[in-house]
Design a protein around this ligand. Structure first.
Ligand code: SF4
Length: 103
């Protein structure tokens, strides 16, 4: 009986340690890839200067995620959350067809 309680307490402590060690993995969100199933149809590019202007004529130089209404990160950050691709992060220098100029 005591043995199973001790085993339970020890395994609980082990689980708590594992969760503490795993925390940084959960805290870091993944970054959208241009080939992601939801990114490719929107023409997402991590570098807006690489947008195919003949395929996406609405793109204009200077349009980047950092000045898009749907971007929720700081303009100075390399990546940030985007309402379209949540929970993944987008490049602040990126662009996609859903670009909406921040007012
Ligand atoms: S919606 Fe805006 S912030 Fe999100 S990927 Fe497209 S251009 Fe970037």
């Amino acid at each position: 009986m005591k043995s199973s309680r001790r085993t339970f307490i020890l395994s609980g402590a082990g689980l708590a340690s594992a969760l503490v060690l795993a925390k940084p993995v959960f805290a870091q969100a993944a970054v959208v890839s241009e080939s992601d199933a939801n990114a490719a149809p929107l023409g997402y590019k991590a570098d807006a200067t690489k947008v195919d202007k003949s395929k996406y004529p609405t793109y204009a130089a200077g349009q980047v995620c950092a000045n898009c209404l749907l971007y929720q990160g700081k303009a100075t950050d390399a990546t940030g959350p985007c309402q379209v691709f949540a929970p993944k992060l987008v490049s602040s220098k990126g662009w996609c067809l859903s670009y909406t100029k921040k007012a």
